[in-house]
Design a protein around this ligand. Structure first.
Ligand code: BDR
Ligand code: CA
Length: 307
């Protein structure tokens, strides 16, 4: 069975991605590390534990990690996900407890115990992952791959004119992870738009599918309203789209192997992902960019998985 480790700044779309991974029978989630991002570290840990409990399957250990970016101050995404990250619906805390504050050690231990086997999936800023790569560069290289929800390559940014949230919150961390020697698979923001948007009809089907599906819609009510302000005709689920690329790779319709790096010192462009699509820079390829997914299949498989 495929083995996953998930790093998350758990807010409403991270919650759906966690439900998907924990309910997909072909993978086993060995652990979950939590990072600040959409919400504070403390709130993100609470939300991760709520999500694990709501999945109703099994409970991998949850570890707290970084409470701030490597060098910068941070900015929470209250406008997208609500104050508590789950649309302020008053969900009770989970009964489960986190295993402690040692996310980086736990992630590295998992890579060393399962050399070349663990697929890392990141749904938030890359602070925990960069810190792990700095702590033990050789151990870190024992991860099989890193699928990153990050960047906005074929559309404007969602947190600056050119940058996506997960990258701009800690651009130095993202730049370090792109060059840490593990193949990167980048799932940029635009793959959750267009046909991948959950329209009212899709949301109704998901909500009616099961209590888990109902939770997936309910915790995203603030994100639905935020999307309307951006002119999006439906719920944009960035982290679930990245998770779907991992769980169901057959939904990928177009991808390109390329050199990837992050602007860390731009006057206007800090946090922008540089995607060297025709090899201007002549650098060794360090990643694969997902350019297009089958949005309909993504939604169908997600609804089925949460039913
Ligand atoms: C990313 O930022 C957050 O709002 C989402 O959880 C996702 O990880 C999208 O830019
Ligand atoms: Ca996230």
């Amino acid at each position: 069975m495929r083995k996953l480790w998930i790093d998350t700044d758990t807010a409403s779309d991270d919650a759906v991605a966690l439900l998907m991974a924990l309910r997909e029978p072909s993978v086993q989630v060995l652990g979950i590390s939590v990072v600040m991002g959409n919400v504070s570290l403390e709130q993100a840990v609470k939300n991760a534990l709520i999500s694990v409990e709501r999945a109703g399957t099994y409970a991998p250990p949850v570890y707290a990690g970084a409470s701030k970016p490597l060098y910068r101050s941070t900015d929470f995404a209250v406008v997208c996900h609500g104050v508590d990250g789950l649309s302020d619906r008053g969900y009770p805390d989970a009964k489960l407890q986190a295993k402690g504050q040692n996310a980086m050690e736990a992630m590295l231990r998992c890579a060393r115990e399962n050399p070349g086997e663990v697929e890392l999936v990141t749904l938030g800023p890359l602070t925990n992952v960069a810190a792990a790569a700095f702590m033990d560069p050789e151990g870190f290289k024992l991860f099989k791959s890193i699928t990153i929800m990050g960047g906005a390559l074929r559309m404007p940014g969602n947190w600056s004119p050119v940058a996506e949230f997960n990258i701009i919150i800690d651009p130095e961390a993202a730049e370090a992870v792109f060059h840490a020697g593990v193949p990167v698979i980048l799932a940029p923001f635009e793959i959750c738009t267009g046909d991948s948007l959950f329209a009212q009809e899709d949301r109704d089907r998901l909500a009616a599918a099961s209590p888990t599906g109902a939770f997936a819609v309910d915790c995203n009510l603030v994100l639905i309203e935020y999307g309307k302000r951006l002119g999006l005709n439906g719920l944009c689920l960035a982290d679930p789209a990245a998770m779907a690329v991992v769980l169901w790779p057959q939904i990928v319709q177009e991808k390109q192997e390329t050199y990837l790096c992050v602007e860390t010192a731009g006057k206007y462009t800090t946090g922008m992902v540089i995607y060297d699509y025709i090899d201007h820079l002549h650098r060794p390829k360090n990643g694969t960019v997902i350019q297009r997914i089958d949005g309909k299949a993504f939604k169908e498989r997600t609804i089925r998985c949460l039913s």
